[in-house]
Design a protein around this ligand. Sequence first.
Ligand code: PNS
Length: 165
Amino acid sequence: MSKTAIYPGSFDPVTNGHIDIIQRGLSLFDKIIVAVLHNPGKKSLFSVEERLDMLTESLNQFSNIEVDSFAGLLVDYAADKKADAVLRGMRAVSDFEYEFQLALMNRRLNRNIQTVFLMTGLRWIFTSSSIIKEAASFNADISDMVPSYVYQKLKEKHGFSDNPK
Ligand code: PNS
């Protein structure tokens, strides 16, 4: 039976760490729906449309991927999509408490949807969209941490030309 996972997140913007999780997730699931949360309460650098565009461009080498956005409860969205699982990446220990809380709450809300964690690849363990955005705002060279399309978009957002410092 075909298995589908939702990989939810802010993706502001998508990083190579996210791509690594998606790539490895595809060895476990037949299809992954990468879902950007519409969260007007959270300040973001990129609009949801920009984030969807960056995800679509960065994931075009993979098949069996759908890029989408959602609002409201993740478990409701997952049930609508008939997904079997929620996929999350786990980085350093600092992620654990929040991820545990999220997974347990989701389980309480819908026991049919399992949360599957993949350990983030060692290369990406201390990277995050937030720290990458901060570095990019100072024109630091983050070209090996994000897909090339995202790198260009970060440059454009901050009005920098192509050459990093
Ligand atoms: O990339 P992030 O910001 O860590 O992703 C967090 C996300 C989107 C997975 C989480 O905030 C979420 O699922 N939000 C939707 C609302 C929801 O279902 N919350 C959990 C139960 S109250």
